[in-house]
Ligand binder design. Structure first.
Ligand code: GTP
Ligand code: MG
Length: 288
């Protein structure tokens, strides 16, 4: 049987629901989701096989206009735009609840330049939270741009419309060899996914700007004799003054984040886990 293969890029403004869609498609919570913008930092690949077709989805950081002075913001956006050249099919995810944003319009301009080389699709997301009339006028507005091959409407949260989208993507896939093994789910290392789980708990529990400037790294990953996995992660912060906030009163915050993250990591790995979190100052990591 002739196999088919396509890399499908998911781009869009921050908070459009890209990682939610990605996880729904892959059937695993590989990419972290929060209600805050700029959750995803690196492009992450997930593989979905169906009959003879292999689709590789690439979840990217939301694209926005970075502040020139902010190296982290610039590298986040670069991680997304670099991925544009790698894909066979480009999907722009749009939050249909609101009018087309500046960011989305900026991305549409980037995609317009690519539409001769590969199909570009505009996906209206969050239809579970929008009235029908609004959806139709949004779709019309996008249609008149003459850039998009189609304008499917979905809810990444409920899964509505996603199966139809998949049928279309499989039809667009070209004949070619599969680039990943049949049983492979992602090429992102497991420990990076676990670092992201901890980072997302910090995002969820810290009500401040700090999560945007921190990073999580694995320092130790060891299975002990009781078959329990010991993981040591370091939370790198930009300023010494942030340490107090991350630790919380009497260590409350770090304990809460640690126990939530441990449960999720343990569930993800299907294994008992001891998670040890350390906070360290790394003055200039944003410039790395
Ligand atoms: N109602 C509704 N909410 C959604 C839907 N899809 C995503 N969301 C919510 O939108 C928020 C952002 O979702 P993410 O998947 O993290 O968005 P993202 O585009 O990956 O964001 P960045 O990584 O920051 O660019 C979360 O609170 C999701 O639960 C949807 O179809 N309907
Ligand atoms: Mg994301």
């Amino acid at each position: 049987v002739q196999t088919k293969f396509a890399k499908v890029l998911i781009v869009g403004e921050p908070n459009a629901g890209k990682s939610t869609l990605f996880n729904y498609l892959i059937g695993e919570k590989i990419s972290i989701v929060t209600h805050k913008v700029q959750t995803t930092r690196n492009a992450i690949r997930g593989i979905l096989n169906h009959e003879q077709t292999q689709l590789v989805f690439i979840d990217t950081p939301g694209i926005f206009k970075p502040r020139i002075t902010n190296n982290l913001e610039r590298s986040i956006v670069r991680n997304a735009t670099n991925a544009l050249t790698e894909a066979d099919i480009l999907c722009l995810l749009i939050d249909a609840r609101k009018p087309l944003s500046k960011e989305t319009q900026m991305i549409i301009e980037m995609l317009a330049a690519k539409k001769e080389q590969r199909p570009v699709i505009a996906i209206l997301n969050k239809i579970d939270a929008v009235v029908k009339e609004k959806l139709i006028s949004q779709a019309q507005q996008l249609f008149t741009l003459e850039i998009f091959k189609s304008i499917p409407m979905i809810s990444a949260k409920t899964g509505a419309g996603v199966e139809r989208l998949l049928v279309e993507l499989r039809e667009l896939a070209q004949e070619g060899v599969w680039q990943y093994d049949e049983d492979e789910l992602t090429d992102t290392p497991t420990r990076n996914i676990c670092e992201d789980i901890t980072r997302s708990e910090l995002f969820l529990h810290l009500h401040s700007e700090i999560p945007y400037s921190l990073t999580v790294e694995t320092e130790e990953w060891l299975t002990n004799s009781n078959n329990t996995l010991n993981i040591k992660q370091v939370i790198y912060i930009a300023k010494p003054s942030q340490k107090k906030i991350i630790l919380g009163k009497g260590g409350n915050m770090i304990k809460l984040v640690g126990s939530k993250a441990r449960n999720r990591i343990s569930k993800f790995l299907g294994q008992k886990v001891n998670l040890y979190l350390y906070v360290k100052v790394k003055e200039d990591w944003q410039g790395d």
